[in-house]
Design a protein around this ligand. Structure first.
Ligand code: ADP
Ligand code: TRP
Length: 316
């Protein structure tokens, strides 16, 4: 029996190399391993907390589907779908809402960070971990490949599974585990902080060469050492440390030369992805059809668990 794998990304903007190495690359590698039944989705209802413009939502959703296909996700091997196409996610989230407490959700890091910035936080942002727990638990998921920032969300899914099973004397939900790759758990951005869309410190995954060059030249360096730490930390993603050693030895203190080498390496890596994406983008109808087929499979996969949960609570 294959293990069940599930993960999602929000369509909130262009993915960057932090998203790729931290999470999306694992989707492709694990799909190829053939050890898992892979479910990879576009978390559009999660994104709705942020993206509140219909045209933009449609564009970003299609863009992320193209990104998924361009990095190598294959609809013949993985179920690729959009969260809002599977109503069981929001239905199960409501059931969970009735057993999850407010103080428990108030302890979530993401909530605390968001609340510190905006007191008028919407309920969707507060409930974010509940919908995410439903995403995960609906498919009997064993593993959830994500970056380190999502660790607590997977713990919440486990807690919610336990609480449901206990409250309703049920065995409906399996406890999922996160899968976080140690070396890329938190990919640093051009300023050394976590690479994140919200910090403006990203190198976009499908960037053109000029954009890559601009981002790399903007990597913050301090002039105290031979090795520019922030440049090296990103360079490590593209070449082995054994490979980098002679380069950094030969260019001690020469930050510009090292950045130029990094631009070459990033561009060489990104180019085939960029080209594949451009070809896929010519036929959006095909992408929409892939999502439609994915939704069909996901609805089938999710329906048994939802029925089990509804029976357990007594609405069925
Ligand atoms: P962002 O923080 O840029 O908005 P998302 O929240 O859309 O990124 O994250 C999508 C996936 O990428 C998640 O699994 C997340 O853990 C992972 N991820 C995001 N940023 C990084 C990073 N800097 N390093 C490693 N993984 C990351
Ligand atoms: N919260 C995740 C992020 O910000 C996206 C997400 C939504 C997700 N539902 C999920 C990830 C279920 C893994 C499993 O990146």
């Amino acid at each position: 029996m294959k293990k069940i794998l599930l993960s999602g990304v929000k369509p909130t903007g262009r993915p960057h190399i932090g998203n790729y190495f931290g999470a999306m690359k694992q989707f492709v590698d694990l799909q190829a391993s053939e050890k898992y039944d892979c479910h990879l989705f576009i978390a559009d209802y999660h994104a709705l907390n942020l993206i509140q413009d219909a045209a933009e939502m449609r564009r970003l959703t299609l863009d992320l589907a193209l990104d998924y296909l361009a990095i190598g996700l294959d609809p013949a091997q993985s179920v690729i779908f959009k969260q809002s196409d599977v109503p069981a996610h929001t239905e199960l989230a409501w059931i969970f809402d009735t057993i999850v407490t407010m103080p428990y959700l108030m302890r979530a890091h993401a909530y605390k960070d968001a609340e510190a910035k905006d007191k008028e936080l919407n309920v969707g942002t507060f409930n974010y971990p509940v919908l995410m727990a439903a995403d995960i638990l609906l498919y009997g998921t064993d593993i959830v490949p994500v970056g380190a920032d999502q660790k607590q969300h997977v713990e919440y899914a486990r807690d919610i599974a336990l609480k449901f099973n206990h409250t309703f004397k049920s065995e409906a939900f399996k406890l999922p585990e996160d899968m976080i790759m140690k070396d890329v758990a938190t990919v640093p951005g051009t300023d050394g902080r976590k690479m994140s869309k919200s910090y403006g410190n990203t190198i976009p995954l499908f960037a053109e060469r000029e954009e890559i060059a601009k981002a790399v030249m903007g990597i913050v360096t301090d002039s105290s050492g031979d090795v520019p730490t922030n440049v090296y930390a990103i360079h490590k993603l593209f070449r082995t440390e054994a490979d980098l050693k002679p380069l950094y030895e030969a260019n001690k203190g020469k930050y510009k030369a090292l950045k130029e080498a990094l631009i070459e390496d990033v561009d060489a890596f990104v180019k085939p992805l960029r080209e594949r994406r451009a070809i896929l983008a010519k036929d959006e109808g095909k992408v929409i059809e892939i999502l439609r087929q994915g939704a069909k499979k996901a609805n089938e996969a999710a329906s048994a668990k939802l029925v089990e949960a509804k029976k357990a609570v007594g609405v069925l």
